[in-house]
Design a protein around this ligand. Structure first.
Ligand code: GTP
Length: 157
């Protein structure tokens, strides 16, 4: 397990094992790929980030991941791979998120969601995201580079 602090100095614990922090995570984060491109969403306040969000009551977290990708990017998920979980120990609440890798089959029209401006496809992620104010805080801690390492090690990208 890795422990570090995030952009807001909250403590984060990260592990790429099977459901290390909760059997019923309430949040999902999806590193999405379409062909050889990364698929992000442009959150109106936070900026560019991989899609994700909250699991709805009664919903399975895998279904939440597929739903969030569609709502935030219009992408139809062809395959979804669980990679790990992280726990953010915030001031008020603790957030536990499943990390997924998703391959997108195609894009379809999706109803506009309030929070995001939809899909942004990128050949490469910029190198120094920490100082890039176009990007969300969620892309600025060790979760992203550690997830990329796992994806490369598994030959998924
Ligand atoms: P809403 O309830 O949707 O308005 O959003 P919220 O930001 O108040 O709630 P959420 O439960 O999504 O997140 C609570 C806090 O946890 C955030 O303000 C962040 O500080 C932290 N957090 C949530 N997701 C992440 C994440 O992916 N990475 C990191 N580092 N922190 C996160």
């Amino acid at each position: 397990m890795l422990t570090f602090t995030d952009y807001y100095h909250n403590q984060v614990e990260l592990s790429f094992t099977h459901y290390p922090f909760s059997d019923t995570p309430l949040h999902v984060w999806v590193v999405a790929r379409y062909g050889d491109k990364w698929v992000l969403t442009k959150h109106k306040q936070r900026g560019l980030e991989f899609p994700g969000g909250k699991v709805e009551p009664g919903e399975h977290e895998d279904d939440a991941a597929i739903r969030e990708v569609f709502e935030e990017t219009g992408g139809i998920v062809k395959s979804l791979h669980y990679l790990g979980q992280y726990r953010v120990l915030g001031r008020g609440d603790t957030v536990i998120k499943n990390i997924y890798f998703a391959v997108i089959d195609r894009f379809e029209d999706h109803p506009a969601v309030e929070e995001t401006d939809g899909a942004v496809l990128l050949d490469e992620l910029p190198k120094n995201l920490l100082r890039n104010n176009q990007y969300s805080f969620m892309m600025k801690d060790r979760v992203l580079p550690e997830t990329m390492k796992v994806l490369h090690a598994k030959n998924m990208v």
